[in-house]
Design a protein around this ligand. Structure first.
Ligand SMILES: [Cu+2]
Length: 298
């Protein structure tokens, strides 16, 4: 189904310009070597209806939208230790939502990001029959976090991203927006980003993965793609919907070294890009900062 999302036409114009080395950045914060998610936690597999292809609205800015509401069990948690995140999505009838469409192999994707965009976690909570979701988490530092629930109710066709504030108690030391350049290293892997975010226009973002100077050509499938990308806007943590270009087994998409996405920036400005990729069974996250600017600047 994702083959329909391929937008190869954009490749031509964007690919060439960004071949220079930009210096080595660094993925910020601890990047735990999270184990592969057991697929058994989610019963349904395969993609739901196509994620709205033209959906370039920003998500995550509202705790309630289109009649659905995200309700966290608690909004203040301790920092620096294991916690359990617990929440429900309330349906328009006021009851916890229990019927979802599957997207990227899951009924619901949970993203937790620090407000200063230095920490990022992509979690896959487990849903109880009554609609209560739980996920183990660990917020590394005190401060304000945003929790994003990305899902599609069974009764809807367009995905929803609801966002809620979560506070980790303690001595808060906010960081300035990290500057990364286009090459980032994480855990011995080097990722280089080509392509751009252009306000109002879909653009192709390509990540090239290497290790020890050699291209990685045997990435593991992860969430029906060879990578999963979340883009958050600096300033308000607006959540962009990003589509992978191609999927494992479609006969055209290679398991690296390049992983491609299409995204549209809603406005000029800075964005943080968090790429989850899996290699040899371990999911890692590379974080980039990218500025969206009009294509023709003077
Ligand atoms: Cu997910």
């Amino acid at each position: 189904m994702n083959t329909a999302l391929k937008i190869t036409a954009f490749a031509t114009g964007l690919a060439a310009a960004f071949t220079a080395a930009y210096g080595v950045g660094r993925a910020v914060g601890p990047v735990p070597a999270r184990a592969a998610q057991p697929p058994a936690a989610h019963a349904a597999h395969g993609e739901g209806p196509a994620a709205a292809h033209g959906d370039h609205r920003v998500g995550g800015l509202q705790v309630a939208d289109r009649g659905y509401a995200l309700r966290l069990d608690r909004t203040v948690v301790p920092a620096g230790g294991p916690i359990e995140l617990r929440f429900q999505v309330l349906a328009p009838d006021g009851h916890p939502l229990t019927a979802y469409r599957t997207a990227h192999e899951k009924e619901l994707h949970l993203i937790v990001a620090s407000r200063d965009l230095t920490d990022f976690q992509h979690l896959h909570p487990v849903r109880a029959a009554d609609g209560t979701w739980t996920a183990p988490a660990d917020l590394p530092a005190a401060g304000d976090y945003r929790v994003f629930a990305d899902f599609t109710p069974a009764a809807e066709t367009d995905p929803l991203t609801l966002g809620a504030d979560l506070h980790a108690a303690g001595d808060h030391r906010p960081a300035a927006l990290p500057r990364t350049g286009r090459t980032v290293t994480v855990d011995g892997y080097t990722l280089t980003l080509t392509g751009d975010l252009t306000p109002g226009r879909p653009g192709r973002l390509a990540f090239t993965v290497s290790r020890d100077g050699r291209p990685v050509t045997d990435l593991d499938p992860y969430l029906a793609a060879y990578g999963h990308l979340v883009v958050l806007r600096a300033g308000d943590l607006g959540y962009l919907h990003v589509h992978p270009d191609g999927e494992p087994g479609d006969g055209a998409t290679a398991p690296g070294p390049e992983v491609d996405f299409t995204a549209t920036a809603p406005s000029p400005g800075d964005y943080r890009l968090f790429l989850d990729f899996r290699h040899q069974g371990t999911v890692r996250t590379a974080a980039f900062t990218l500025t969206a600017a009009e294509a023709h600047q003077h």
